[in-house]
Design a protein around this ligand. Structure first.
Ligand SMILES: C[S@@+](CC[C@H](N)C(=O)[O-])C[C@H]1O[C@@H](n2cnc3c(N)ncnc32)[C@H](O)[C@@H]1O
Length: 239
């Protein structure tokens, strides 16, 4: 069906907003001006300069654009989604930028990823949060779907927020990822999830996700193929 003039104007307006915000988000990142022995990338969030050392050998070794989108959202919505003294877990934390920003905003953070990522993750987190945060973040292994009852028992964990950036792509652990979201989520837990769409597989994951969670799109950045979602467990008593 041909688009009405009104719909076209709306799309153009949204395109302009998208480009403007994306330019703002990307401007938070910078590179060192001098050649250094250890390569790092810099970011400005939550009133701090954050230096992230990237490893080059796997998905979790670089900062992905979804992480910038989520950091920007946390900073610019700090009143609405107040992180101060909140219990927060990040899954698939990679280099740790999102966890660092949440910590700088006052949260009590547990940053998690696969075992081989934890060294670099711990290094970045320590370097950027020591003496700067109310609560020193923890780094812990969480391989999706593995030993959840042992390492994150439901009786002992109560997260206010679950943060996730770019955790859905062509990997074979999508069911385990869904299980992990479900395991960590309580009735009042809010999931903030920045999702980059690349293939049809990702759309199917969103459909599966919607079976368990109420999903709300908070913002969309078509030029990056990224959407930011808020989700909460379905059929909550308080809903
Ligand atoms: C595309 S990277 C995103 C990293 C970071 N969130 C960011 O946006 O910069 C995906 C992350 O998921 C992690 N990951 C992949 N498979 C995983 C699994 N089975 N269990 C736990 N983490 C996993 C990777 O190690 C990596 O850190």
């Amino acid at each position: 069906m041909p688009q009405s003039k009104c719909e076209m104007c709306k799309e153009i307006r949204e395109g302009d907003d998208d480009r403007q915000v994306v330019a703002e988000i990307m401007a938070r990142s910078f590179l060192p001006t001098q050649i250094t022995t250890v390569s790092w990338e810099g970011f400005h969030f939550a009133g701090h300069e954050i230096r992230i050392t990237e490893a080059k050998d796997c998905y979790g070794a670089v900062v992905w654009p979804s992480a910038l989108v989520l950091c920007y959202f946390l900073e610019t919505h700090a009143k609405q989604y107040n992180m101060v003294d909140k219990n927060v877990i990040e899954i698939g934390a990679g280099t740790g930028l999102v966890s660092i920003v949440a910590s700088l905003l006052g949260a009590r953070v547990t940053a998690t990823d696969l075992p081989e990522l934890l060294g670099n993750l711990q290094y970045n987190i320590s370097r950027n949060t020591k003496m700067k945060c109310k609560h020193l973040p923890q780094v812990k292994e969480l391989s999706w779907g593995v030993a959840l009852d042992r390492d994150f028992p439901r009786s002992a964990t109560n997260f206010d927020y679950i943060l996730a950036a770019d955790v859905v792509y062509a990997h074979p652990f999508l069911e385990e990822l869904l299980l992990t979201f479900d395991h960590l989520c309580r009735e009042s837990t809010i999931i903030l999830w920045a999702m980059r769409f690349r293939l049809e597989k990702e759309n199917r994951f969103v459909d599966r996700f919607k079976e368990l969670f109420d999903l709300e799109e908070l913002s969309s950045f078509p030029s990056l193929n990224i959407k930011l979602y808020k989700a909460m467990k379905k059929n909550r008593r308080s809903a």
